[in-house]
Ligand binder design. Sequence first.
Ligand SMILES: Nc1nc2c(ncn2[C@@H]2O[C@H](COP(=O)(O)OP(=O)(O)O)[C@@H](O)[C@H]2O)c(=O)[nH]1
Ligand SMILES: [Mg+2]
Length: 409
Amino acid sequence: MKETGYRWSETPRKLCYVLIPLLIAFLLLDNNFRIIGRGFLNPTIKKYSIFGTEPNATLIEDQALIFNSSDIRPDLQEKSFFSYQLTNSTLYTLCRNSDLFEMLETIQNYEDRFNSRYNYDWVFLNDEPFTEEFQKLISNAVSGTAKFGLIPIEHWSFPESLDIDHMNDRINVMMNDHEGPLPYADSISYRHMCRFESGFFYKHELLLDYDYFWRVEPGVKLYCDINYDIFKEMVENDYKYGFTISTIEYPKTIPSLFKNVHDYLLETDQSNLLNNDTNYSRFIYDSKKENYNLCHFWTNFEIGNLNVFRSKSYNDVFEYLDKRNGFFYERWGDAPIRSIILSLILNQGDIKRFEDIGYKHNPYLQCPQNEEIRLQNRCSCNPKEDFTELLYSCSWFFDRIQKELSSVF
Ligand SMILES: Nc1nc2c(ncn2[C@@H]2O[C@H](COP(=O)(O)OP(=O)(O)O)[C@@H](O)[C@H]2O)c(=O)[nH]1
Ligand SMILES: [Mg+2]
């Protein structure tokens, strides 16, 4: 009897040794078989997968899976471990190999403030092949999968219709402006960059897999935690485009841009888009001067629905403008191009200003004015340096228009 009793009490104990670790492992995995909360650990643990299926799978043995459930975002806690699904989105950066160390700083900041909780992918594009060193150091810093792509030459070269001598003459004029040379006046690579970001990035094969992108540039910085899935915010509210800072364009870089937009609208019988309360035309169009008011979303921070950029309505306008060669004869920026097209083709409610985000691209900072938000999100920016309400910002104007129009409808 004594022996039998011993055996019966021993068996459940042994079973517990097997079942409890299994249960814990199960609880720590999300439905993509990724470890929930791994971002709260050292990012080096990111590539650990119990099935070892992720490339370069590494488990840093001494990084124990210390899991503090109070660290988990409230929405994850509420939704339970098993229902959280990432959106089909990626961070996206266009940069050069020489941007490596500035980029690493920015990645570390974006990971700390946001991505280490979600592990979204990050796509890097370049007009030259990324070096091995670039790929190694960047992959190590990104908590999701880092992908590296080369831009096809046809998306980064002069159009056949371009008259190079004429372009050089125009560059000379810009360089000798009586107020001094315009920014990037003589830069050909900057012109390719603006054209690529206006009409080609969303066609790159690495971005074709995604529905949303968040553009990030080397050197930019987040000043507050983003304690929610910003992509999910876009998807669930059906926002097509999100921004933080907006400002005014140098008119001398776009002397003929609006005339060309206007011609396009006339030729396609869509002039009504300029005097329309259902889209965002009021944000970009000065109806008294019948001209572009120079307001644009600052595209170094933008979150967008790639399907909008791939749409016929976006590309028809882009292609029309591109044929005018203003990217080269003048120095059209992707920000005014983007802002004009989106303001015309999107409907009220489609564009979101993320006023809760602390963000800086030199020289402008957006810093939340609400102290509660700053405390909650551990902001480190000085609210007195916020650009939003200043003269050259268009964000206060954007807010005013939103308010006016929402009271109309
Ligand atoms: N690969 C590549 N990226 C570029 C080039 N020029 C600019 N970029 C990237 O394009 C973005 C905008 O360029 P930036 O110099 O920051 O322009 P700014 O913000 O208008 O002053 C940044 O992400 C740059 O890294 C280029 O010639 N090649
Ligand atoms: Mg920049």
